[in-house]
Ligand binder design. Sequence first.
Ligand code: ZN
Length: 192
Amino acid sequence: MSVLEEVLAANEAYAAGFGDRGGLALPPARGFAILTCMDARLDPAGYAGLSEGDAHVIRNAGGRASDDAIRSLVISYKLLGTKEWFVVHHTDCGMEFFTNDVIAGLLDSSLETAALGPDGFTDVGAGPGSDAGHDIDWLTIADQSGAVVDDVSRIRAHPLVPKSIPVYGYLYDVKTGRLVEVPEATEAGRAD
Ligand code: ZN
């Protein structure tokens, strides 16, 4: 079966057991939002105990507080009433394995998937590439806990984010499944 066929078959089974979930309200019932990484090993519904309709989950590479993540968080509060936010990064995040210069350099030579070896990423695909990667801030991570502090602080300081919302900072441990608090981040995200 192709990936497409697998997904459609899985959806068929999911929809068959959908039950009364078609009646869920639009605003998240439990009133909170999680900003987290797109890493395939992270299952926010599993690690945070979510069911459909419970919470907003905003995902991107690294779980970074990008302009677009903040756009979603502001909508989450202003229009849909969430009252507590979590920033959840994780151990062994791929965003620690390269820099802006590295990914832009890889894209310069080829758009195909690079290989990850002991010395980092190298290009194995054919060209041409594009220099457009130099115009993007890829929001890579040099310091795991520090990045959580930075993102919580950036959200806290944003003029469209009310001081009443606590923003908690955590690292998810991919080896144990545990959420480990980054106390400095939670402190930075304290509500007033
Ligand atoms: Zn990650």
